[in-house]
Design a protein. Structure first.
Length: 390
């Protein structure tokens, strides 16, 4: 059923791959921060502020090649090219479009011959109405969310997740993580600062098992691309050392935190998320309590409803008790399980999701339903697995 939907409705855009010249390996400028770019310039006898020009060209103007950076003298650009430097921003090599407007992209990373990574664009809003007509033609959204991957595949092995089936293929670099965002912003012609874009690090992989690169990407996105960390949410399956490190990050670069709770108690959680045997719920909560929240900030708890396994009203009451015990300002994001081939769970029965939400809200827990997006193109939560059927 699903693959039929995939072959019937998506739009596939294929661009030819880049031919790689033989010889010295190329070095990517994209992914370096201001200090790194300034160092490249200073090495060439140029003033450090030329690093800022490079950063603006790559992260704000989103140039694809050195030849487009006209703020630098041609001779300097040629010198950089001669030294094997190139911009090398990750690029979208394939796109799938859902009936609901969601787009799933395969993004080719900076590492040659590596598998592409998946990124999802989810526009929200006025469904094609241009309001007063002043909007650029083709813009049909008033806010949008980009779902970003941090690894290719994942090592965590949650039983309900399609990405887990890939195993961990590799960590993404900071440039590859931030590059997904820049590539999508460019494709959608987003003006950062004017248009509302949220980032969720909820694509493929476990961000806290690729911590340095994940936070490196966040710093680039905040400091160079200009997106506020308060518009970013990182989701973790509960990697305690990662959460403890995250708690030490300064607030001006710390995204909001989401924890994949997904079960009402340790017994069920260990079954659906084996990582719970290493870091059980209480250990995760202890780590989360170390994060100094901003005023009015809440910790999001994601909860995937698995039919018959985690979706009963008594589970909802147990979740409410559990969250009360933590003393944390919490909100719950309910996600009806998205099916995938080879995964033996059931979707919740009609009414179970709404019932669950009602019980939690009745217990005083702010609760939201995450609408499934892009199921027909394998773009919904837990479905990212480099599915290329077109
Ligand atoms: N690895 C991180 C972030 C990526 S997963 C994490 O697990 O938190 C993002 C969210 O999708 C998680 O909350 C996860 O529980 C949820 N998810 C995974 N597979 C799903 C599926 N098949 N249906 C619905 N949600 C799923
Ligand atoms: Fe990895 Fe998250 Fe999927 Fe678990 S839910 S396997 S942590 S991507």
């Amino acid at each position: 059923m699903l693959s039929q939907a995939v072959s019937g409705k998506n739009l596939q855009i294929v661009q030819p791959g880049r031919a790689e010249p033989a010889g010295e390996p190329k070095k990517s400028l994209f992914g370096l921060d201001r200090a790194g770019l300034s160092a490249v310039m200073v090495e060439r006898g140029e003033p450090a502020w030329r690093g800022k020009q490079l950063a603006e060209a790559m992260y704000i103007q989103r140039v694809a090649s050195l030849s487009e950076i006209t703020t630098l003298a041609k001779s300097l650009r040629q010198q950089l090219e001669g030294d094997n430097w190139e911009v090398n921003c990750p690029r979208i090599v394939q796109a799938f479009r859902s009936v609901d407007g969601t787009e799933r992209y395969l993004v080719q990373g900076q590492v040659d011959d590596a598998q592409p990574v998946e990124t999802v664009w989810m526009p929200e809003g006025d469904e094609g109405e241009a309001g007063d007509g002043s909007e650029e033609e083709g813009k049909s959204w008033s806010r949008a969310t980009i779902c970003v991957s941090s690894q290719v595949g994942c090592a965590v092995n949650c039983q309900f997740c399609l990405t887990a089936k890939l195993g961990l293929q590799r960590n993404l670099t900071a440039g590859e993580i931030a590059g997904q965002v820049v590539a999508v912003l460019d494709r959608q012609a987003v003006e950062v600062g004017k248009e509302r874009v949220n980032l969720v690090f909820m694509g493929m992989g476990e961000p806290f098992l690729n911590y340095e690169n994940f936070m490196g990407a966040v710093r680039l996105l905040v400091e160079e691309v200009g997106i506020s960390p308060q518009r970013m949410t990182v989701s973790t399956s509960g990697i305690v050392p990662g959460i403890e490190r995250f708690a030490q990050e300064p607030p001006d670069v710390r995204p909001k935190l989401a924890i994949s709770l997904n079960a009402p108690n340790d017994e069920v959680r260990s079954e659906v998320m084996p990582i719970n045997r290493k870091w059980p719920i209480e250990a995760v909560m202890d780590a989360v309590r170390q994060v100094r929240l901003r005023p009015r900030e809440r910790v999001t708890f994601e909860y995937v409803l698995l039919g018959g396994v985690t979706d009963r009203p008594e589970h909802a009451r147990e979740v409410a008790r559990l969250l009360r015990r933590t003393g944390l300002p919490a909100k719950v994001n309910l996600i009806a399980w998205n099916p995938g081939p080879g995964i033996a769970f059931a979707m919740p029965q009609a009414g179970a999701v709404e019932n669950f939400r009602r019980v939690l809200s009745g217990e005083g827990v702010p609760t939201y339903l995450r609408r499934p997006r892009g199921r027909d193109i394998y773009a919904a939560c837990g479905q990212l697995k480099r599915t290329v059927e077109g």
